[in-house]
Design a protein around this ligand. Structure first.
Ligand code: PMP
Length: 384
């Protein structure tokens, strides 16, 4: 095993030293004034990142817990719901909604496609809720949730629920402006904090709807969580150290500014794409600025992506991500979200070249990927 590990994945992502230092602070009691101050400040920061003036509910657990909270609080068994999917995480909404016995219309598209706003709007006329994904981590596609929300609003009264687990803090999500009722996310991706905190940003309309759902729930009950947060606290013992880390991470994002952070993400993605193509590889994810969070790279004919993934990890200490579901073996994914800079991208490209050489794929000239990415970085106006 190589001693040094480089985490260049779409989550969990590396944590900045400032966040690590915050995580190492003494444990606060969750009913203490110090924790309450920290928590209230963190909630304010989260509202800034979600671009909402509504409630952001904090839920201990991974992103899926916040997704599940949306389903149980918004839907009663038998309620009409629309799930749109074009990848693994869209399909997670389907599993959740059917688990809780919703009457689901599945707007299904091929993995890698962009969700079709008009089709989703048409399907949503008599639905109670529409579940969509912002950054589909399995394919690298960032869906146009703004256009989808507008189409759903035109069609009827369904609330729009967005999985922003791998987008929040990396690409813009202007929740209130775009008419999004619920957005869920997690701490471990662009928010540069270890896994363990999930968030559900909930509009007043969605909160009112939650009062009507008959689905049993306790710890994930939005009203219970909101009532505790109204008193600057949490219903149960929260992971206090993670709140401390997240608070620092949000401070770093606010220091750089949201728009600069998004621009940095796009710049890292651009260099990644150019580097990948210079290695003689093809992109699976879109070859444009929309693919700001994850670059999915097709493996050359006859090379199994899982073998490349294992070689990268075990021989080079470089952890990228393999393909999921039908893309397993067919793609390798490079995550460029959170605490990443140009050297992470150069490392990923260099390692990919080395690992692929083991399986017989070589670029036109040695170092072609790194060289091209360096050129792109040299042209960037944003500091990455
Ligand atoms: N949605 C998306 C888009 C994701 O990328 C992930 C995590 N890869 C999830 C949901 C699930 O989050 P978690 O693993 O934190 O439950």
């Amino acid at each position: 095993m190589p001693e040094k590990t480089y985490l260049i994945t779409p989550g969990p992502t590396p944590v900045p030293p400032e966040v690590q230092a915050a995580l190492a602070k003494p444990v606060l009691h969750h009913r203490s004034p110090d924790f309450k101050r920290l928590f209230v400040d963190t909630l304010t920061g989260l509202r800034t990142v979600f671009e909402t003036s509504g409630e952001v509910l904090v839920i201990p657990g991974s992103g899926t817990y916040a997704m599940e909270s949306a389903v149980v609080n918004l839907l009663s068994p038998g309620d009409r719901a629309v799930v749109a999917s074009a990848g693994n995480f869209g399909e997670r909404w389907l599993k959740l909604a059917t688990t809780y016995r919703a009457d689901v219309t599945h707007v299904e598209q091929r993995w890698g496609e962009s969700l079709d706003a008009a089709r989703i709007g048409d399907a949503s006329a008599d639905a109670r809720a529409v579940f969509i994904t912002h950054s589909e981590t399995s394919t690298g596609v960032v869906h146009d949730v703004r256009a989808i929300a507008a189409a759903v609003r035109r069609a009827g009264d369904a609330v729009v629920v967005v999985d922003a687990v791998s987008s929040l803090g990396g690409v813009e999500l202007a929740m209130d402006d775009w008419g999004i009722d619920v957005a869920v996310s997690g701490s471990q991706k662009a928010l540069m904090t270890p896994p363990g905190l999930a968030f559900a940003a909930v509009s007043p309309r969605a909160m009112a709807m939650a009062a009507e759902s008959t689905t049993p729930r306790f710890a994930l009950d939005w009203q219970r969580i909101a009532a505790a947060q109204a008193k600057d606290g949490t219903a149960f013992t929260p992971p206090v150290t993670l709140v401390s880390g997240l608070n620092e991470a949000i401070r770093l994002i606010e220091r750089d500014g949201l728009q600069t952070t998004y621009a940095r993400n796009r710049a890292l993605a651009r260099a990644t794409r150019e580097g990948v193509k210079a290695l003689g590889l093809e992109l699976f994810s879109p070859d444009d600025d929309s693919a700001a969070m994850v670059t999915a790279v097709r493996m050359p004919e006859g090379i199994d992506g899982q073998d490349v993934y294992t070689e990268l990890r075990d021989r080079h200490g470089v952890v990228l991500a393999g393909g999921q579901g039908p893309l397993r073996g067919a793609v390798i994914r490079i995550g460029h979200m959170g605490y990443m800079n140009r050297f992470d991208i150069l490392t990923a490209l260099a390692a990919l070249e080395l690992a692929l050489a083991t399986f017989g794929h070589r670029p036109p000239t040695p170092g072609a990927g790194v060289g091209r990415a360096a050129e792109v970085f040299a042209e960037e106006t944003v500091d990455v």
